[in-house]
Design a protein around this ligand. Structure first.
Ligand SMILES: CCCCCCCCCCCCC/C=C/C(=O)SCCNC(=O)CCNC(=O)[C@H](O)C(C)(C)COP(=O)(O)OP(=O)(O)OC[C@H]1O[C@@H](n2cnc3c(N)ncnc32)[C@H](O)[C@@H]1OP(=O)(O)O
Length: 260
């Protein structure tokens, strides 16, 4: 089964995360499939808007920690290569799409999953959706461009608290903070997001592209944030806190951090 699929109808490309059995956790296959899909969408002149959605109860729970544990075991210093090889190119590709991008979020939107959602232009969430950064809970700092997209959306004070305290917030809280654009009842959210995406696919594509470019130009460069996050990830992968927290998560127990 393809872990990411794309269908294009009437100018709308629907990109689906399709690993519901694993809460759409990002393993190598899903990351590579998403990157290939976004690059194909970017090259398709017929596409005038994009909807990013996910199968199953959860939008995306971030890096697959079972896969990561194996990679850490094999080579802590190499384990973070995927940030440069997959995460950073994926976030850059989504944010770099010239057409409008809508993300439809249900369930858990966590870690790099939050980074994917916030790389879109418009996030529409189901009422019961939740949002979390999760990185510091496993001894990491941040990635997927969140140190730019969060600061842009909610400011540095809230971003620091969101990263450091690791709170899991509701869709209503996310809307109140300005993290997302809309909240819809659980049974209407998918249709609301698709309707918005279809409206954008039928809209003034050149004007949308110009508006996106103008807003992006008013912000610090995404590439700089991604590079800083990449550089910060490698040394953290080598910490006992990170390795211990990943093992604790997989063993379903609370981690004991030593600060090392
Ligand atoms: C050389 C080869 C290299 C290979 C590649 C190596 C990888 C390198 C990694 C690089 C790291 C840098 C980039 C990092 C990106 C990130 O996203 S880091 C953050 C990762 N995500 C998390 O830490 C979230 C962990 N999960 C949770 O906090 C919670 O599960 C939740 C998302 C808040 C949901 O909670 P709840 O609703 O209570 O559900 P749960 O019961 O906790 O989970 C349901 C089932 O899903 C499983 N699961 C959840 N998250 C993950 C995950 N990230 N990876 C794997 N599995 C996950 C969870 O275990 C449950 O499973 P079951 O018990 O089987 O039901």
């Amino acid at each position: 089964m393809d872990s990411a699929t794309v269908t294009v109808t009437d100018g709308l490309a629907v990109l689906t995360l399709n690993r519901p059995e694993a809460a759409n956790a990002l393993d190598l296959a899903l990351k590579a499939a998403l990157l290939d899909a976004v690059r194909a969408i970017a090259a398709d002149d017929a596409v005038r808007a994009v909807l990013i959605r996910a199968e199953g109860r959860n939008f995306c729970v971030g890096q697959d920690l079972a896969e990561h544990a194996a990679a850490l075991e094999a080579s802590p210093e190499r384990s973070m290569d995927t940030v440069a090889e997959h995460y950073n190119p994926l976030i850059s590709a989504i944010a770099g799409l010239k057409v409008p991008v809508v993300a439809a979020v249900q369930g858990a939107c966590v870690g790099a999953g939050l980074g994917i959602a916030l790389a879109a232009d418009v996030v529409i969430a189901a009422e019961s959706a939740t949002f979390a950064t999760a990185f510091t809970s496993i001894g990491l700092a941040s990635d997927s461009g969140l140190t730019r997209s969060l600061v842009d959306a909610i400011g540095a004070v809230r971003t620091r608290a969101f990263l450091l305290l690791g709170d899991r917030i509701t869709a209503a809280q996310a809307l109140d903070w300005g993290l997302i654009a809309r909240v819809a009842p659980d049974d209407e959210a998918a249709a609301t997001a698709e309707s918005a995406a279809r409206r954008l696919a039928a809209g003034p594509t050149a004007a949308f592209a110009a508006a996106k470019a103008l807003v992006a130009a008013s912000l610090p460069p995404l590439g700089d944030a991604l590079e800083r996050e990449r550089a910060a990830a490698a040394p953290l992968a080598a910490t006992a806190d990170h390795r211990g927290a990943v093992a604790a998560f997989l063993d379903k127990r609370r981690p004991a951090f030593t600060g090392e």
